[in-house]
Design a protein around this ligand. Sequence first.
Ligand code: ZN
Length: 253
Amino acid sequence: MSLISDTVDWILPHKCCICGDVADVTADDIPGYKQLYNLIYGSQPDLHMCTKCLSRLTPVEGNRGWSLCLSNPYDGDPHPELALFAPFPYDDICDTAIPRIKFGAQKELARLFGIILGRTVKENNIAADLVVPVPLSAERLEERGFNQAEEMALPVAFATGAPLRPDVLMRKVDTARQTELRDNEARAENVRGAFEVSPEWDVEGLSIIVADDVATTGATLHEAACALLDKGASKVLCIAFASNRTVKNTETV
Ligand SMILES: [Zn+2]
């Protein structure tokens, strides 16, 4: 089996999971990655990417990763000061990579981003009682085979020492894809009231990290956080791998 796959690798070199060029980086080339991956996911990584893409994954400087979740809170927003931590800019590398995760089913790439995100969460001494990923609808989960938010939230949970609980939040309605809605107000309206806390859970008094892959308008994370706060969570911090947010959260920074 390994002889066959080794031969296929030799004939057809692996492609970079982001740009599709010939890959020259594997998990072996990133110090400590294999060990950490194995501890977090309980399996071996199958990462193939190029040096160019890896070198372009650069976090924003200093505390610029912190911002308001919604930079333009709507009238009557119950939580306009909700904080977002997103340590990477939503630049052209993310613009290529995130659709590869969502529509190219690149779970390994989601896990790479998750491990990088987890490291920055640890560096920022972020703590919580629970880590909750933004849930996908059953239909999307079926078509993709995994929830990228959950794959990225697991290393965040590992970094904080808090348990990952993917069953805390549920989607009440199957919303339209946010990426199909270009207008910010339409995106906010699309996810309004989309989430609820599972009746199995009591989140009263808990501090919770709610995690997603990216925050563009911030509307999805904001709604997920509102559902938790409405049920008595003492504090919610929204975390995403990347965002183009610039408006500061005065309470956090
Ligand atoms: Zn590449």
